[in-house]
Design a protein around this ligand. Structure first.
Ligand code: GLP
Length: 258
């Protein structure tokens, strides 16, 4: 895993923006895996600011996950999030942007359909990931199978608490989600993880230095050959090998050594 530690959150986000922009410019028909959450908001703001200079008309996207029980027009759905944060501002073709349907009549069928759609697209070229404080990626909560595919997951109370800030009242925070599985994520050709803030420090330590374990789902990324983790100082605070990691990739500069 290539770990880049930046002095500030803004610099980590700038690097994530550069990696996505470079991917789209070098391969205008690429397939991106996209993430939601508070961490991604400043990143999507950077991409929005590129306006017409970033041609997304032939880009295909697959989001990681969606809450169960709320449909695409619900203001707290990830469909609404993506429209607001990104899709409505750049020239994405709506027929090429994909997010699971959280109020599908048959949710298991929807999860299987989504998994097939990812595979039929030819696979994800670059998967963007955030990380939960409990180490989840997508909504693959602790103890998710490392071999999992897109499916229904029950959210932990920690995740429901963390995401309650996006809802009017804790009671209405969804209890279930449809999420790409860990294996679905590991199938991406390349992964970029963005983690900022002290709440992510423990999860980042487990992702980078911990044992590969379903208890910390992000640790499964150690099995992937091409992962770049972009951390700010706060998210990197618990790394025991921090000094070494900073020597290998000083101040986030790209050095061609692994
Ligand atoms: C959410 C999403 C994840 C996201 C994570 C972190 O619930 N399902 O894809 O990476 O939790 O969210 P945040 O950036 O708001 O901390």
């Amino acid at each position: 895993m290539k770990v880049l530690i930046f002095p500030t959150k803004a610099e980590a986000i700038e690097k994530a923006g550069d990696l996505i922009t470079e991917k789209i410019r070098s391969n205008p028909t690429c397939t991106l895996g996209l993430a939601t959450g508070g961490t991604m908001e400043p990143l999507y703001a950077r991409l929005r600011a590129k306006g017409e200079s970033l041609d997304c008309s032939r880009v295909t996207t697959f989001n990681l996950d969606e809450y169960v029980g709320i449909g695409p027009s619900h203001p707290q759905s990830y469909h609404a999030y993506m429209r607001l944060q990104l899709f409505d501002h750049l020239n994405f073709d709506p027929s090429n942007t994909h997010i699971p349907i959280g109020d599908a009549p048959d949710l298991e069928q929807e999860a299987d359909r989504y998994e097939r759609a990812v595979q039929d697209s030819g696979g994800i070229d670059l998967q963007l990931l955030g990380i939960g404080a409990n180490g989840h990626i997508g909504f693959n909560e602790p103890c998710s199978s490392l071999g999992s595919r897109t499916r229904l997951k029950t959210l932990t109370s920690a995740t429901r608490d963390a995401n309650a800030r996006f809802f009017k009242d804790h009671e209405v925070v969804p209890r279930y989600a449809i999420t790409m599985g860990i294996k679905t994520i590991l199938d991406a050709k390349e992964v970029v993880v963005l983690a900022t803030g002290s709440k992510k420090a423990k999860a980042c330590r487990e992702m980078i230095e911990g044992a590969v374990s379903s208890y910390w789902p992000a640790s499964a990324l150690q099995l992937h050959p091409k992962v770049t983790a972009l951390l700010d100082e706060e998210a990197a605070a618990d790394l025991e090998l921090r000094e070494y990691l900073e020597t290998v990739h000083p101040a986030g500069r790209d050095v061609k050594v692994v």
